[in-house]
Design a protein around this ligand. Structure first.
Ligand code: SF4
Length: 374
């Protein structure tokens, strides 16, 4: 079931009112109040207690200009292996409301920001991709928002599709907890649009992922996407520890292997719950009933709080075991983990970030080689 996320107000930054993209988006948002001439600096300076403003901000779309770069290397984290993913900074903010969402600690603006100068975005992408010369370039739109939640309105992927056509080394990953695959239906090249679902047990979805689709709906959408020729991927991130986690996550793996052809799943990542310390008071304030903070955590070398290493390794080992039972060749990697945790969980570790990047790039190359037989 496609959820229509409620946008009940649109704010337009001063100077953006006449941009064609702004007019196009507003034409798809009928009957809501629209405020033009917005001064973003003063809007941000008034947002002093941002945690209390998210509830309303998650229903408010702010169309403004991006004055920085649209392409950013995944920030990664020191002493932990990163796949050197490239992130599109086309938006910041999300209509879903996950208790653990790290954006709550990073954003200085509670509204859902979409950048209106999309021509600058496409120009920057073309300029960058023209330099990659035969290399693989993995790009994602799901780091600062959910890739599909507002896609029927914002249509970012529609703008990216022609660029993907021009540059055959570029693979776009759309990460989501929603099911609106109709919003990108018919866009090509679908074989380089990886649809990736974050998965968690339903009991966590209901409590910790407000507004997200139930597990069964996500898996059903993944099955349809796979039958339509998209590579599909899954992210167990964050893996959350709770009493009974083994049976709950094992059941998710069972449902996953029943819903899709797991032998053709493009990749599966595992990442245990981690958070920067400033996120803790925000979660406590916004989600007082959530229990996710009340486990034992230790600070990592990157300053983020993580479960104790033996607990993380135990979770990863079990997940790897269950996924390999579902299909022995399933491609699994860890997100933001240390080399010794890789060794204990998967029996090896990439030499460095570039080596992990190479592993994922090779998945893309193998897909290019099998093109037409996804
Ligand atoms: S879907 Fe992602 S971006 Fe959106 S609230 Fe949840 S964690 Fe944050």
């Amino acid at each position: 079931m496609i959820r229509n996320y409620i946008i009940n107000k649109a704010l337009i930054e001063s100077g953006c009112e006449e941009l064609p993209y702004v007019k196009e988006v507003l034409s798809r948002l009928s009957g809501i109040p629209i405020e033009t001439g917005v001064n973003v600096k003063s809007l941000v300076s008034q947002a002093t207690d941002i945690a209390s403003l998210f509830n309303e901000g998650k229903k408010t779309l702010l169309l403004m200009k991006n004055r920085g770069k649209f392409l950013k290397l995944c920030p990664g984290t020191s002493s932990h292996l990163c796949c050197l993913y490239q992130v599109l900074h086309h938006a910041a903010g999300c209509p879903l409301d996950c208790s653990y969402c790290i954006l709550q600690a990073y954003l200085n603006n509670p509204n859902i920001v979409y950048y209106a100068n999309v021509d600058d975005m496409t120009e920057e992408l073309r300029e960058r991709f023209s330099k990659i010369q035969g290399e693989i370039f993995r790009l994602g739109t799901g780091e600062y928002t959910d890739s599909l939640a507002l896609e029927s309105i914002m249509q970012t992927t529609h703008r990216l599709a022609p660029i993907l056509h021009e540059f055959p080394g570029v693979f776009l990953e759309l990460k989501t907890k929603t099911v609106d695959i109709e919003a990108i239906r018919g866009l090509e090249p679908r074989e380089r649009m990886i649809l990736a679902w974050s998965l968690n047990p339903d009991r966590l979805i209901q409590k910790e992922e407000i507004g997200a689709a139930p597990l069964g709906e996500r898996l059903n959408a993944a099955s349809i996407a796979q039958s339509r020729g998209h590579p599909v991927a899954f992210h167990f991130d964050p893996l959350l520890f709770f009493e009974g986690w083994e049976e709950a996550y094992r059941q998710v793996v069972r449902q996953l292997s029943e819903a899709v052809d797991i032998s053709r799943v493009f990749w599966i990542s595992l990442g245990s719950f981690r958070f920067p310390p400033p996120l803790k008071p925000v979660i406590q304030k916004r989600f007082p009933d959530s229990r996710i903070l009340y486990e034992e955590f230790i600070p990592g070398e990157d300053g983020k709080m993580r479960y104790f290493k033996p607990l993380r390794i135990g979770m990863y080992r079990n997940m790897v075991k269950w996924l390999k039972e579902a299909h022995p060749d399933v491609f699994i990697y860890l997100c933001m983990e240390r080399a010794d945790v890789w060794d204990a969980s998967l029996g090896f570790h990439p030499k460095n970030n570039l080596d992990l990047k190479r592993m994922l790039d090779e998945r893309c190359i193998s897909l290019q080689a099998k093109r037409g037989r996804i």
